[in-house]
Design a protein around this ligand. Sequence first.
Ligand SMILES: *[C@@H]1O[C@H](CO)[C@@H](O)[C@H](O)[C@H]1NC(C)=O
Ligand SMILES: *[C@@H]1O[C@H](CO)[C@@H](O)[C@H](O)[C@H]1NC(C)=O
Ligand SMILES: *[C@@H]1O[C@H](CO)[C@@H](O)[C@H](O)[C@H]1NC(C)=O
Length: 445
Amino acid sequence: MKYEAKNCVMGGNALRAVTTLLIICVHVLALENGLARTPPMGWLAWERFRCNTDCKNDPDNCISDKLFRTMTDIVVSEGYADVGYEYINIDDCWLDKERSYSGHLQADAERFPYGIRDLSDYVHAKGLKFGMYEDYGNYTCAGYPGALGYLETDAQTFASWNVDYVKLDGCYSHPRDMDVGYPEFGFHLNRTGRAMVYSCSWPVYQIYAGMQPNFTKIIEHCNLWRNFDDIQDSWASLESIIDYYGNNQDTIIPNAGPGHWNDPDMLIVGNFGLSYEQSKTQMAMWAILAAPLLMSVDLRTIRAEYKAILQNKKIIAVDQDPLGIQGRRIYKHKGIEIWARPITPISNSYFSYAIAFLNRRTDGTPSDVAVTLHEMGLVAPGGYRIEDLYEDVDYGVLTPQTKIKVKVNPSGVVILRADVQPSFRHSTPFNPFRQIFRPGLPNTF
Ligand SMILES: *[C@@H]1O[C@H](CO)[C@@H](O)[C@H](O)[C@H]1NC(C)=O
Ligand SMILES: *[C@@H]1O[C@H](CO)[C@@H](O)[C@H](O)[C@H]1NC(C)=O
Ligand SMILES: *[C@@H]1O[C@H](CO)[C@@H](O)[C@H](O)[C@H]1NC(C)=O
């Protein structure tokens, strides 16, 4: 199930009409099931609906067939599918407490009266894809039957239900066993012949156990994986995740690419814990991080302004950029951060960029940030066309020497897209992050 995939970055030389293709390839051995070429997008139950199994007293919010059909309907009818959200994913607490007599997983019969295959068919009939949850250990995190001892059976069960995406959690297992166990389940998924996105919790449990995950191996077997804590409904939780990815970026970023992604966990935009500004921050930062966009929110009651954030096509386009290069923090000082992600188009081997200015300060007034494109590593001689991705501001084409000024609200973000313009000076090819350096910005914020 492995073969050699190449993450390639191509740049055409515009100067010579002949197409001299400059190809920079990082050779990685990656899981190649043809899936998740861009980060998966969809809806996932966990963060918002948790393990609510009380359908008697709370029939509209319990983990049930009805909840997933309702969310499926809304993803289609309210425009989420149109902008790219496609997976409807079950998380923990869908199972009966016991396997069947034949040893197969079975859904809780009261909450899923028509069975999982019927629900899967419903999701597919709506043009969407269907995701499932299990756990590599003896139990799921909430105490339902785990996959240990049944890896092959469970992979076959998921295939027979036409599942498109499997998240395999790691509770009640030994992190040391995961280097064998996660690949083994992946092997069985592959053997079913049904292509299923494979989401692994493998590295995060190993990190918790003080181990150093072997990412070379994880990339070979998983389409995405969790690195850090579960997201909770708070700004503090979101900040801790942003810090984790920034502080560990040198080891984390190289692992991302088409077919294999770091997963900083669900989007919580539209819930209770984030303000409007903070919600914009999560969406922008997830795009910079090339993160899966899995909304966990009640789509029946979400307010229009939060829906607009989740459906921001320009930011989604950054997240889904075909190069699949994860962005990095290039500046951090006195509560102001600048993050940059190389994206298409490429001209003359210069990348375009998404740039996020993040204000972590708590003084309640917007902070001014003024910086030249050159200081951020945007040095293409032809300049860049700069556009704000939340506000309808087009800065036009700016040269690298131009100082750009933005006002960033407290706990908010300004996200720009800088599309490189063709130039006539030939440059030597370089990898995307050679362009990006830690800029010597003035500490004037
Ligand atoms: C199984 O693995 C092989 C080899 O990597 C790959 O070509 C094939 O697409 C995979 N099939 C599925 C269903 O994942
Ligand atoms: C899983 O259950 C088996 C059988 O009871 C037991 O031997 C094993 O130690 C358990 N594994 C973990 C990781 O708890
Ligand atoms: C990590 O995994 C790779 C690929 O499976 C393997 O070649 C390598 O030896 C492993 N590294 C360590 C330190 O175990």
